[in-house]
Write a protein that binds this ligand. Sequence first.
Ligand SMILES: CC(C)(COP(=O)(O)OP(=O)(O)OC[C@H]1O[C@@H](n2cnc3c(N)ncnc32)[C@H](O)[C@@H]1OP(=O)(O)O)[C@@H](O)C(=O)NCCC(=O)NCCS
Length: 148
Amino acid sequence: MKRKDTIIRPSTSHDLQSVRAHYGPIDNLGDPFCQPAITKKPRLDWLIIAEIGGQYAGFLYWHIGEKPFFAPEVAKFGHIRELQVLKKFQEQGVGRKLNENALVRLRNLGVTDVFLSTSETNDVAKHLYERVGFRQFRKQIQYRFAFS
Ligand SMILES: CC(C)(COP(=O)(O)OP(=O)(O)OC[C@H]1O[C@@H](n2cnc3c(N)ncnc32)[C@H](O)[C@@H]1OP(=O)(O)O)[C@@H](O)C(=O)NCCC(=O)NCCS
């Protein structure tokens, strides 16, 4: 059931505690879209928060960059790095609201293209992203070399 009392708002430093308790630090150096310098310290202006009835419900974090190596014709791009909704607030429209809100904000910041990636087994995330208008852009293969 969709909740009408969901608010999406900019973050403050107080939100980092809720985000870390929910997900851990926003820090993914392995992300191929990102420069390590960007990910060491989360930027509050790239983080938005969902709240339901005054309670923290989830977050979305992006970064903004220029001319990505995989699409150098794109002058200014956004990359949605992470989207997480607390289990008790899932399936109530929060993830979709966070996503739609992020797209509006990124557009207003002059971004022309937004990228994100998700696991091919994450059917809920894939459904959500396609519903808001994302289309598959390319595929990435993760390799593993096991010594044992
Ligand atoms: C993926 C995630 C963010 C979705 O958030 P959410 O608030 O539950 O999603 P919403 O309620 O906005 O639902 C969005 C759509 O997905 C559908 N959906 C949500 N959960 C679903 C489920 N468990 N099974 C089937 N469909 C589901 C909704 O029906 C809705 O579809 P619709 O727009 O066609 O009606 C949330 O499940 C989550 O935090 N998962 C763990 C972290 C994760 O996988 N993040 C994505 C990383 S890329």
